[in-house]
Ligand binder design. Structure first.
Ligand SMILES: [Zn+2]
Length: 306
């Protein structure tokens, strides 16, 4: 039995068919964790959808209403890059509820994992790049409102810059945003995070890990976090279809260990969300996400990572 909960819901699957976003990955991750003995049924916990009052701590009422009532206009749908459906909207509300639940549990368990979420391209008033609701921001704001914490560090290792995160927390003295991403890739307009590391095309393990380590050192020192929100995108992977870096499976494991090590040095609980992953083989994306969860387990149980 794991020392932390895995938050998961069957309806995280946005039912997108052959869309490039492999929403079925969530179900496959759960399956693989069970098959490999990393987790057992009792480790999983289903979230409730986020409450609208929590969603509204981040998002504009008009955007929430349009999602609820299915009245997105053409441009809004174009930016979101997802076909509209009730099930899609329900999936985003569940993902936000899931990241909040993972955050609440992390305060006592040291870590919380949402097998979903990490929708870092969502802005307060619109959605972009497969992200309609910013689950991480909703969780952070809700936790702050409950008085559970003040200072949060968001570490975004998805290959695409966390533009929604940066925009939402611009000028916020308590939430520090750190994004390490491929420079010449989506999103082409990158609002400034508190710390951005812009990587050249084709960066491999060694350089990636060195720059991540340096970035984490700065981010932790500056933010003195009471919680780390780790957006653990699988798309820096060398065989990702939407990424242009050359990070190997081993490099990604080292990345996870590095984030966990820095969080422990900061004495902060960690909340993991999955974000992107578009490997040619969905099995690779699933394996990367599962390895992240194993890194969390090792860090909590054994202290040091492999
Ligand atoms: Zn991505």
């Amino acid at each position: 039995m794991l020392p932390f909960k895995l938050i998961y819901h069957d309806r995280y699957d946005l039912n997108l068919g052959s869309h490039i976003f492999p929403a079925r990955k969530y179900r496959l991750i759960r399956q693989r964790l069970l098959e490999t003995g990393v987790a057992e049924e009792a480790d999983f916990l289903a979230p409730c959808p986020a409450r609208d009052e929590d969603i509204l701590l981040v998002h504009e009422a008009e955007w929430v209403k349009r999602l609820r009532t299915g009245t997105l206009d053409y441009l809004q749908l174009l930016k979101l890059e997802l076909p509209y459906s009730r099930q899609m909207v329900e999936g985003f509300w569940l993902a936000a509820g899931g990241t909040l639940l993972a955050s609440q549990l992390a305060m006592t368990q040291g870590a919380g994992v949402n097998i979903g979420g990490g929708f870092h391209h969502a802005f307060a008033g619109h959605g972009e790049g497969f992200c309609a609701i910013h689950d991480v921001a909703v969780a952070v704001r809700a936790m702050q409102r409950e008085g559970r914490l003040r200072r949060v560090l968001i570490v975004d290792c998805d290959v695409h810059q966390g533009n929604g995160t940066a925009a939402i927390f611009t000028g916020d003295a308590e939430v520090f945003t750190f994004s390490i991403h491929q420079r010449d890739n989506y999103p082409y307009e990158k609002p400034h995070s508190h710390l951005d590391v812009n990587l050249e095309d084709g960066v491999g393990d060694e350089e990636y890990l060195r720059l991540l380590d340096e970035g984490l050192a700065k981010a932790v020192e500056f933010s003195r976090p009471e919680m780390v929100q780790y957006v653990a995108g699988a798309d820096p992977y060398e065989r990702d279809q939407l990424g242009g870096l050359n990070v190997t499976l081993g490099g990604l494991r080292a990345r996870d260990n590095l984030v966990m090590d820095w969080a422990r040095r900061a004495g902060a609980p960690v909340v993991v969300t999955l974000a992107g992953g578009y490997a040619e083989e969905t099995a690779d994306t699933v394996a990367i996400h599962c390895a992240t969860i194993e890194a969390v387990a090792r860090a909590l149980v054994g202290g040091h990572a492999e």
